[in-house]
Design a protein around this ligand. Structure first.
Ligand code: NAD
Length: 454
């Protein structure tokens, strides 16, 4: 079917009102849940094919997290749909007022390749919960996952109202020529700009879930138990999910000079313990990204700063977990988002300098802080700006549906997860009503001095 035909069908389904009912929304969310349960093996297979993801990693970061989000939405969608009563000021007495969430219409979701299932389903859950008709365009760079979504979403869900359209930038551009009621985009700032420019033509609101460099301030924790746990969380958070190809992965560490050698030893030991087999770590998505990452290491002064790893296998597209100490701050590895398994450590005289370091750069999606120093925590929260601040762990915030997920400044705008996903795909319609019980004539002309004194 031509794109015009697809869009007309979706518009027709939305206009018919079928996507608005609670039962439709819940049935579609349950159908998504069925896909995750019944087609789990297929998901493991496609994630292996696209990214070499181990089954345990695939379950933890894509299947399990999506099931959790679905259960939350199925349980709460009725409550989310209910109008919220508003307090009415005395001056308007007697008036009833409420905010009624209404679906936006036909929405477009672009997803990314690093969590090709999870990052497609997470916004889709929000769009369905809010009662919209949807087009999902997965990333062409994870073709097996894209194909899996196209086949299974059309098999399990109402495909007169929910469609997957596969393809690359050309298809993306065609989609952007049309009028949507919202565009939800996960990807790079470069394509984010293309999306926003195209959306402006139709005055379509957009959500941009972008990336950037997420710093982690690593304080010299005094207890060896805390240190060990913190280092495991750094290694797990940096290389665990998709080998660092994660928007919320730690991009670089900020550490006091005197503590850096101790930290490097702990990191090396943990990496050796965690990644005992090569298939415990995902590979790089494609040759282009492999080359991009290899080039980051080619600069001689960057290469000289490698203290662990650095070996690359261009056939398997795998890169060893790599640690660098103090690469030049003007090298690309420190000016561009890494989005891969390389971890620069930047040393500072005092850990407090990390705040200035972060403030001097674009606002990140997340700032991580590994510290027990309450004063430092308060300063990080108060003196920096980022989509989120997370202390003493990494990635965990993705699972907390009660706090919003999203960026600020260069890391994007618009927040989702849990009820925030419902809200971002809804319009909060203001509904006010009065009765004819009573009237105050001071509101009307003729104006006179007495009315001014009221
Ligand atoms: P990308 O921006 O190239 O692609 C994202 C989507 O846009 C894909 O579906 C792709 O097909 C589509 N697209 C590409 N070119 C297009 C065009 N000209 N017109 C229309 N659509 C087009 O993604 P990438 O650069 O490979 O992804 C990595 C980036 O995504 C990183 O910056 C990362 O931080 C970010 N990211 C952010 C999040 C988040 O939740 N904030 C999650 C994952 C990735």
């Amino acid at each position: 079917m031509e794109l015009e035909g697809v869009l007309a069908e979706l518009r027709g389904s939305f206009e018919s009102g079928r996507t608005r009912s609670l039962s439709w929304r819940q049935s579609q969310l349950r159908a998504l849940s069925d896909i995750l349960h019944k087609e789990e093996e297929g998901i493991f297979r496609v994630l292996k094919a696209d990214l070499g993801k181990h089954q345990a990693e695939a379950y933890l970061h894509e299947v399990g997290s999506s099931i959790k989000s679905l259960n939350h939405a199925i349980k709460n969608v009725k409550r989310w749909m209910a109008p919220t009563k508003a307090v009415v000021p005395m001056v308007a007495f007697p008036t009833s007022a409420e905010v009624l969430p209404e679906p936006l219409g036909v929405v477009l979701i672009f997803s990314c390749w690093n969590f090709p299932i999870g990052l497609s389903l997470e916004p889709l859950i929000g769009a369905i919960s809010a009662g919209n008709a949807v087009v999902l365009k997965p990333s062409e760079l994870a073709p097996a996952s894209s194909n899996f979504l196209a086949n299974n979403i059309s098999k399990y869900l109402d495909n007169k109202a929910i469609k997957v359209i596969e393809g690359g930038p050309d298809v993306g551009e065609q989609l952007l020529e049309h009028k949507w009621d919202k565009i939800f985009f996960t990807g790079s700032p470069r394509v984010g700009r293309i999306v926003m420019t195209a959306a402006a033509k139709h005055l379509t609101p957009v959500v941009l879930e972008l990336g950037g460099k997420c710093p982690a301030i690593f304080d010299s924790l005094s207890s060896s138990r805390d240190r060990k746990m913190a280092v495991e969380r750094v290694v797990g958070g940096k290389w665990g999910p998709c080998s660092g190809q994660t928007c919320i992965a730690i991009d670089y560490l900020l550490v006091e000079e005197k503590f850096a050698p101790i930290l490097v030893d702990l990191l090396k030991e943990t990496i050796r313990r965690f990644f005992v087999r090569p298939d415990y770590i995902s590979r790089i998505i494609n040759r282009q990204n492999f080359e991009r990452l290899s080039n980051l290491l080619k600069d001689p002064s960057v290469a000289a700063s490698i203290v662990h790893g650095g070996s690359l296998d261009s056939e398997k597209l795998s890169i060893e977990p790599t640690i660098l100490i103090d690469p030049p701050l003007d090298a690309e590895i420190m000016t561009e988002e890494i989005f891969g398994p390389l971890l620069p450590i930047i040393t500072l005289k005092k850990i407090e300098e990390s705040i200035e370091f972060i403030r001097a750069r674009p606002k990140p999606l997340v700032i991580y802080g590994f510290t027990n120093d309450e004063k430092l925590k308060r300063r990080i929260i108060a003196e920096t700006s980022s989509g989120a601040v997370v202390f003493n762990d990494a990635i965990i915030q993705y699972l907390l549906e009660t706090i919003p997920f999203g960026g600020v400044g260069q890391s994007g705008f618009g927040q989702y997860h849990g009820k925030f996903s419902f809200d971002i795909f809804s319009h909060g319609k203001a509904v006010a009503g009065r009765t004819f019980l009573i009237e105050f004539s001071f509101r009307y002309p003729p104006w006179n001095e007495r009315k001014l004194q009221l």
